[in-house]
Design a protein around this ligand. Structure first.
Ligand code: GUN
Length: 293
């Protein structure tokens, strides 16, 4: 069994970006910048946003965190996004999700101009992905493709089964792997909450992508021998023995599934670090596109 080391691959991608940014600096160019907008005080969101900002700074990008009150109106939030749409210092705008219930997430996503939508969530970017055009791709799905590529895992003509159909992971990863391109070209099945016998499908997977947000849902008997398993789950489960009182577990029962497969991503240290690396990649890409580089 080969453990897919997302931390290591993410580090390689980040180092590569860091070099590209240092070259921009030498030529006295304006630098890529990312603004992260966070509404309210969701503790998990705070952790993610801090990691994103810290990584920007490590790589030499400009970073700004816009912390907004949880009671802010939708109208004011949309006005703030519009201000950053016009601000030439920022090439990427990321609004951390989830948002408080009184704010319509779709409206917020649609307010960000597609050129700065480094999450790849805007309907224009989603549409471009579906029709096979190069665009800003959602970070976690794109990170999964990079992991498969780095570990030389063939996807062409292989059966990929995705469990979960979220707009952030399930749907975009299915669409990316369906593309008629190198490192894609897969046969894709998507299972979801209305799939009555999920194991019927998962057992057929050459590559299984678990992204439904249910701790240890994928068990050994649901997986084919020598399959590749990608675990996108980051579930907080109570653990009185842990320092923080909880620990993070994936959607896959790692201890048992790992005995049976050819490759598997751990949680943490698998897909997670790739999300941030690809966010940096997208911010640089947005910058390059803006400057015709
Ligand atoms: N919340 C959980 N994942 C994500 C993500 O990839 N982007 C944003 N903006 N919010 C998230």
């Amino acid at each position: 069994m080969i453990l897919i080391d997302g931390k290591k691959v993410a580090e390689e991608i980040k180092q590569n970006i860091k070099i590209q940014i240092s070259e921009l600096k030498e030529e006295n160019n304006k630098l890529p910048g990312l603004v992260t907008i966070i509404v309210g005080d969701n503790p998990a969101s705070q952790v993610y946003v801090n990691m994103k900002s810290k990584t920007c700074i490590e790589l030499g990008m400009n970073s700004k965190v816009e912390q907004l009150d949880g009671n802010i109106s939708e109208e004011v939030l949309l006005t703030i996004i519009d201000k950053y749409n016009k601000d030439e210092n920022f090439h990427g705008i990321l609004v951390q999700l989830p948002l408080p219930k009184h704010i319509d997430e779709d409206k917020v996503i649609e307010k960000i101009i597609p050129e700065k939508d480094v999450d790849g969530f805007h309907p224009i970017n989603v549409g471009n992905l579906v029709i096979g055009k190069d665009t800003l791709f959602p970070c976690t799905p794109y990170g999964i493709l990079k992991l498969l590529e780095k570990y030389h895992i063939e996807t062409k003509g292989r059966h990929v089964v995705v469990v979960g159909r979220s707009n952030i992971v399930g749907k975009p990863v299915a669409n990316l792997l369906l593309q008629k391109k190198d490192n894609a070209n897969a046969i894709v099945t998507v299972c979801h909450s209305a799939t009555s016998d999920i194991s019927k499908y998962t057992k057929q997977a050459d590559i299984l992508i678990a992204a439904m947000g249910k701790p240890k849902f994928i068990t050994e008997n649901m997986v084919k021998e020598n399959a590749v398993v990608v675990d996108v789950g980051t579930n907080r489960v109570d653990d009185p023995t842990a320092k923080k009182g909880y620990r993070i577990v994936g959607d896959v029962d790692f201890d048992n599934v790992s005995k049976k497969v050819s490759h598997i991503t751990p949680v943490p240290g698998g897909v997670g670090p790739m999300t941030i690396a690809m966010l940096m990649y997208n911010t640089l890409k947005a910058y390059q596109r803006k400057n015709n580089l």
